[in-house]
Design a protein around this ligand. Structure first.
Ligand code: SF4
Ligand code: MG
Length: 326
């Protein structure tokens, strides 16, 4: 079957006074129908930028310099602005860290939901309002009949993010890009929102790309995970394989940073050193200055993803062994 999303050799560049900054460097990944792909990494690793490229929201002068993005087999990286705007509402939903990015503070929640629903369907005002109400109930807004006419500021952070999830689901998109959807919320609320998002997407058959710096969230939510480092995919594979049998030394470090899975402390801070600035990416393997297993070759030759195509890592430790030599 055609994957819902296919990203092929994506490269995102920003011209700066000091030269070209490569924010996303030769990224390839796929998301199948109904699948949750976690994208994890430190800030600046390129995960949000990858999400922004997929929904056509790279801020100029940033641009997609190379590669392709396909949604259900159709290229969307080269669409004119108006067409891409339609794709963004109807086929790809977006949920950002700050719910107020998606909600207009000046309009009642009902108006925003109804407008979005009517943009993508032929429903009448009354039908659209009923659909909006159903969605608010589905995302767990109590007393939805009253609250539907409230303004965004009248909701708590967690409730507001539930409204955003309802808004993202309005058009029954094939794919939702959720970028740090719980980072701004109280810790006690985070798990509820993640659980809700996962359940709703499973029920609606929606695929999800979940961008986060929190490996604990990935462990609980994702089917597969892509670990990003310095604009590249360091490792990608089924989430349990990556957690239990990490192939890339960077991922091993991240796992060391999770004292116990399920206890949500998975902050990616325990590896010595810090991720390079994108203007200053080391030659060879970008991780080599921090890598406990660095080899001679790592200083000069950049590794691409290696493995069985299911669980791969960009690391020379996993270079295929030559066969057939007796
Ligand atoms: Fe470490 Fe070399 Fe693997 Fe990079 S390629 S992660 S430096 S062993
Ligand atoms: Mg980000």
């Amino acid at each position: 079957a055609t994957p819902v999303l296919e990203v092929k050799n994506l490269r995102v560049e920003f011209p700066t006074r000091r030269g070209t900054l490569v924010a996303v460097d030769d990224i390839s990944l796929t998301i199948d129908e109904g699948e949750v792909l976690g994208v994890v990494g430190e800030s600046g690793a390129g995960k949000s930028m990858t999400g922004a490229a997929i929904i056509g929201l790279i801020e100029p002068p940033g641009r997609i310099a190379e590669g392709q993005i396909l949604l259900n087999g159709r290229r969307i990286d080269n669409l004119p602005y108006e067409l891409m705007r339609r794709v963004r509402g109807k086929e790809i939903g977006a949920i950002f860290q700050d719910p107020l990015t998606s909600l207009n503070p000046l309009y009642q929640v009902s108006e925003q939901l109804v407008e979005t629903i009517q943009t993508h369907t032929n429903l009448t005002d009354r039908q659209a309002r009923q659909r909006a109400l159903d969605l608010l109930k589905e995302v767990g807004i109590p007393a939805a009949e009253e609250r539907i006419d409230h303004y965004p500021h009248q909701f708590s952070g967690g409730m507001r993010q539930r409204v955003v999830i309802a808004l993202a689901l309005c058009a029954e998109p094939k794919l939702i890009i959720a970028d740090e959807p719980t980072t701004a919320l109280d810790v006690s609320i985070q798990a509820q929102i993640i659980t809700l998002l996962k359940r709703l997407c499973a029920e609606h058959g929606t695929s999800v790309m979940l961008v986060t710096h929190d490996m604990g969230v990935i462990a609980e939510t994702a089917d597969r995970v892509a670990v990003m480092y310095a604009g590249r995919v360091a490792e990608i594979g089924p989430v349990q394989d990556v957690i239990k049998r990490a192939k890339h030394p960077y991922t091993e470090g991240l796992m060391g940073a999770i004292p116990a899975l399920g206890n949500r402390v998975g902050k990616l801070t325990q590896i010595d050193g810090s991720m390079p600035r994108l203007t200053d990416i080391p030659n060879g393997c970008a991780f080599h200055p921090r890598c406990p297993r660095v080899m001679f070759k790592c200083h000069t030759v950049r590794p691409d993803l290696m493995g069985d195509g299911r669980h791969d890592a960009s690391c020379w430790l996993h270079e295929p062994v030559e066969e057939g030599v007796v």
